[in-house]
Design a binder for this molecule. Structure first.
Ligand code: CP3
Length: 344
């Protein structure tokens, strides 16, 4: 059955006249039905841990738009939460966590294999979705990459330049590497459990990969992805993996080969023509329309969508944005993008 789904066919390396399409943050605040369910849940984290409601918001954009894939509704910061860090979200500002700056902070964390009780509601969300999704819709699981999750755990919040994580890496390399090791192991545990609960493919979000330069990019973006992917493939060789080393630039070249990923997701700082020549030659690619078009719409949206479809038409491609859709997006622009991709 997997082979019939457009998304799975692209991940298997097939070029299609009309690429499959889904959107990062497709269940989100730009949709009135999402805002209503989130209000019902109380707050964002309660929504993530309420399997019925998390499945409901995952299904909302599928019902409204008929995307080719549904992405599990959860967050990359559930891993630190499951490891015992404190986590909360400040409305209008973003996540806050207890920080990791010393060996004592690190010693309080749980072991990687001890995350599953806490994350059981996420696995239940996937089981519900496996039953309820339309036959043609693929189910995507995900996790944050160790570096990106570490940047939040070390700083206790999002940071423009990931300064605190870079500082710890420079000042206490042993502690930094211990954090990375724990996150790598926990991510393997988490993604294996997601696959066993019904995820047909998984995506690894390295949103801050772009701030790793030179040897750091190899050590903390490429190497952890390679280890995670090897561990998943050892148990589930047929489950394809999407890697998103956001803003990697030249680092996108060879990333699939170096890590074993089946698909590389592209942000919109690289041109589709460049990426077709340098990245799509090795693997399926996903992307990469600027999410600002979902706010501004119009002819520019249509032209840029067509340009991306055409640039990637020669090989396997999954149409997506270059980053998550923003709360100020107009739901009608999403429909315009889909109609343009599907040529209707
Ligand atoms: O894509 C999807 O629809 C699936 C669900 C999903 C969410 N977050 C839901 C969410 C996924 C895949 C993520 C990934 C995620 N979370 C990343 C990596 C991708 C990226 O955006 O770079 C990161 C860095 C996070 C951490 C995070 N979660 C931040 C920094 C924030 C606050 C910023 C914001 O957009 O408000 C969140 C909150 C969050 N995660 C929301 C959603 C729908 C908004 C929360 C709300 O409803 O108030």
């Amino acid at each position: 059955m997997g082979q019939q789904k457009k998304l799975m066919r692209a991940l298997a390396g097939e070029a299609q006249d009309v690429p499959p399409i889904w959107m990062m943050r497709q269940a989100g605040r730009y949709l009135p039905e999402y805002r209503a369910t989130r209000a019902e849940a109380g707050d964002f984290l309660s929504l993530c841990y309420n399997s019925e409601l998390a499945a409901e918001v995952t299904l909302q954009p599928i019902r409204r738009y008929g995307f080719d894939a549904a992405i599990l509704f959860a967050d990359i910061l559930l891993i630190p939460d499951a490891l015992g860090a404190d986590l909360w979200f400040v409305t209008g500002e973003g996540p806050r966590l207890s920080t990791i700056g010393t060996e004592d902070d690190f010693a309080k964390l749980k072991g990687a294999a001890d995350i599953h009780d806490h994350l059981a509601p996420v696995y239940e969300t996937l089981r519900i979705l496996s039953r309820e999704l339309p036959d043609e819709t693929a189910l995507i699981g995900f996790a944050g990459a160790p570096w990106t999750v570490a940047t939040y755990m070390i700083a206790g919040r999002g940071t423009p330049d990931q300064g605190p994580a870079h500082a710890l890496k420079g000042m206490n390399r042993t502690l930094f590497e211990a954090v990375m090791e724990r996150l790598t192991e926990a991510t393997i545990e988490y993604l294996l459990a997601q696959i066993e609960a019904g995820a047909e493919t998984v995506k690894i979000f390295d949103s801050w990969a772009g701030s790793l330069k030179g040897a750091d990019f190899e050590d903390f973006a490429v190497a952890p992805a390679r280890r995670i992917i090897a561990a998943l493939k050892a148990k589930h060789p047929d489950v394809p993996i999407i890697a998103f080393p956001r803003e990697a630039g030249e680092g996108y070249i060879g990333f699939a080969k170096a890590t074993g990923a089946d698909c590389v997701a592209l942000d919109n700082s690289v041109s589709p023509e460049w990426a077709a020549e340098h990245v799509q030659v090795d693997s399926c690619v996903q992307g990469n329309l600027a999410s600002s078009h979902m706010v501004t719409g119009g002819d520019a949206l249509v032209e840029e969508t067509r340009r991306i479809v055409n640039a990637f038409a020669g090989g396997p491609h999954i149409f997506n944005l270059g980053h998550g859709i923003t709360p100020d997006a107009d739901p009608e622009n999403v429909q315009l993008m889909i109609d343009t991709v599907r040529g209707s």
